[in-house]
Design a protein. Sequence first.
Lengths: 826, 234
Amino acid sequence: MTALSPIVEDWFSAKGWAARSHQLDVLAAERAGHSVLLIAPTGAGKTLAGFLPSIEDLIATPHDGLHTLYISPLKALAVDVARNLMAPISEMGLKIKVETRTGDTPAARRQRQRFDPPNVLMTTPEQLALLLSHADSARLFGNLKRIVLDELHALVTSKRGDLLALGVARLARLSPHVRVTALSATVAEPEILREWIGAPVAPRPAVLIHAPGGATPELSILASEDRVPWAGHSAAYAVPDLMETIKRHGTTLLFVNTRSQAEMLFQNLWAINEEALPIALHHGSLSVEQRRKVESAMVGGNIRAVVCTSTLDMGIDWGDVDLVVQIGAPKGASRMLQRVGRANHRLDEPSKAMFVPANRFEVLECEAALEAVAAGAQDSERPLPGGLDVLAQHILGLACAAPLDADATFAEVTSAWPYREVSREKFDRVLDFVSTGGYALKAYERFAKLRKTPDGLWRIANPQIAQQYRLNVGTIVEEPMLKVRLVRARGIKKGATTGPIGRGGRMLGEIEEYFIDQLVRGDTFMFGGEIVAFEGVVETEAYVSRSFSQNPKIPSYMGGKFPLSTFLADGVRRIISDRDNWRALPDQVREWLELQAFASVLPGRESLLVETFPRADKHYLVCYPFEGRLAHQTLGMLLTRRLERARGQPLGFVASDYAIAIWCASDLSALIRTGRFSLDQLFDEDMLGDDLEAWLDESALMKRTFRNCAIISGLIERRHPGKEKSGRQLTMSSDIIYDVLYRHEPDHILIEATRRDAARGLLDIERLGTALKRIRRHIQHKPLERISPLAVPVLLDIGREPIFGEGREAVLREAAEDLIAEAMGR
Amino acid sequence: MSSAHPLTDGEIITISFRGQSFAPLISGALYWPAHETLLVADLHLEKMASFARSGQFLPPYDTAMTLARLEADIRLTGAKKLIALGDSFHRDEGVQTLNAQDRTRISQITGSLDWVWIAGNHDPSVHRLGGLCVNEISVSGCLLRHEPERGGQGLIAGHLHPAARIAMNGKSTRRPCFVWDDNQLILPAYGASTGSLNILSDAFAGLFNRSKLQVMVMGRDRLYPVGLNRLVRG
């Protein structure tokens, strides 16, 4: 039995509580000198479990200076945890100084914290990187005893996790006896996380402690009187049911996948909110003040429902949430389990959650998610090898603190789990990149950022480099945004293409530049709750005018950030392929599948169904890999390239989480029937060779990925005092940099970093590769006379989702033909 | 997916300007057969290298890329003379930062033909790389210089890096272009490191007579004449 000190023991009994077993287990492990991974659901007393060892240690041995460093992915969470910790400390009458340090902390206090630190400091990975870049970091952290990492599961799958891992490795070197306690939600592979936290503080392995889980959640799928639509993402059909649900519950959290879905649902709810229930909106594009207002209203219990995006996925315990509603595709089982957990305010009571599919495929996905969550299945992403761009940033940060020894630094960074497999050769290339750009052509020796001292250490060439580093620190790269301003329309005057746009209207907010890039004047889209028409871009502002159209022409759905998980995709295939699984489905969905079985065939669990059919004056190819939107976009791009070569004359394609539809001028069914064209060849894995290379060469997605790597690695700067670059200029120049670099040094360390990111990120090449392997020689072709029931939702997405294809050159050709027609008098 | 095209397939595309006939190339150069002269604008050599001073080490290959383009165009046309319409270097200092390889390539070109370097706002100074450094030059009734100007007569210039965004059936694409009317002709920027500016932007205001304006955009492997009704901003 682990003994608590009398002060803590008294505090527990005064409260009428007892320490929970996992809290004592963490304490015991720490006392034995181990690091700890605590996996616990929300509401399990994680904060106290994390800090009990610090309190005990500080009672036993008064400590001068920084004892415990707490790191959270969210500023707000750091502030909240500090508050939750200060209460027991003051009730116990202890003199333990607790402070937070975030981007919002006044400069004077941040300065003071460096020479007069508190005992417990609560901060973020970025602030840690900044602290480590100062010469006094060795003194500040030299006697650090404990590191507490919160919500580790959310950090380790991103580059912020890479930065954090490197920061912890440095702390372990500055203070060799430091121990790590990490707090995490349930993950698919806890062993990996255990290794992750244990690696830098070896030799003692980290201990894995599971807090008992809460009651099994109560889950349901909305059974609406109305028909589930064939396609679309708005779930407008379910709004009256949702309103009733909100009325029946105290507080409801309504999760959606994208900002525009949040806007639309919020509008639709208010349109029928006759009782004027307090229903709020919370998403990332709203101003910080607006979000804080909603959050405090929630804590105060003054709100009945919040429509939110992933912004409320983690963080503070928001008072009493009675019901969590997921609207639209759940995408992944672990994600859902965490969202469901947001309603878990008391451990012994079950969380209550409801799924609301927005279309028929999503009914299947919700069914698969429901089974997965009920079974406690996990499909969280596993942490990946660390980004070389992040390593470059970190190396420069270390050099800013003190001249660095290459051998010792190599040993240090490879003690961080994400970098454990980095070779010395690669490390040296990154060092060379930081120093002079890492080019085969040695052009920048005389401008080197790092210079070798006579005793063989790498030292920054001048103090400005440290200043520059501190302005660029961090791995979060904002999407370039344009301000959206409402102006008067120009009207439809002949030849008005160069007429002045009315200036100076109301600012509506900000929108991603890549979205605006695809628009032409007159295109309508939904923004800030109204439908507007695009007028043009003036400097860094997008001008829009009020539109009277009923339906926005350009969708802004874009599918959200996350594709359907492999695990859920398999669940969907399993449900479709076996009639026994259809019993739980709503009648209309079951009928839809019956119809598919009758008119075409059902997609198999391991095979790939490919349908070809004529429609209007075009020929369609629709296939159903269920591999998620990103892999499908890549596959669509590659298939159209190959179809073009095979004289299929592809005109465009559209990709969803479930399927791809390609339309062509040639009769594909006939080409296949007469043996002039083979689907096995079309879907052959060799598309990931030359075709992929050729496409990467010009892919906008590669360029977007490169831009992130270039900023994180410090190749191009985020901002500079006085001469701030607009996002627009930055994008343009990073595209050109990519072109020049890719052509001349395709094996450069940054191209390598970009390819790695693209393979797992926007292009999802890894998943596509696995899928192509799976379906090899399992392609089931079904030529049809007309569109199949399963293909209907996919084809309805045309016009909703962005359309890809060889398009760009065709625009020019058509425009030129147009001119000729005009010249010949039509 | 190519279709035969009466105006542009199978014959050389030409631009007629001030009674002269020019052949625009896919690279953005303009060949003047009557004078066996190749015109290029805004090479911006050593642009990437110019960022090194501020601690940004951009790939130092843009100069080599631009010179390779130039060599290919000279081979293709057999030009006897090369006129660079200013901003050949991103900064005057670029003449010094050239690496040995690129310097040799330039002297090989200046050894094989007459290179006329017109001064630009980025590179106003005279240098000794071979060829002739001038502020402007007059050829067959055309005045060749760096910057266009309002009311200019027979001007062939660069400076503005013209590009056009073409919209068609709800899709759009943005490409560098040649743009001209009866009085002025502006070449696209030739350098590998150059950006571009939409011809509908304010910088072009008042330069052209709209009713006479013509635009030729650079596609992936050919040029396309485009009507004004297809141009959009952005």
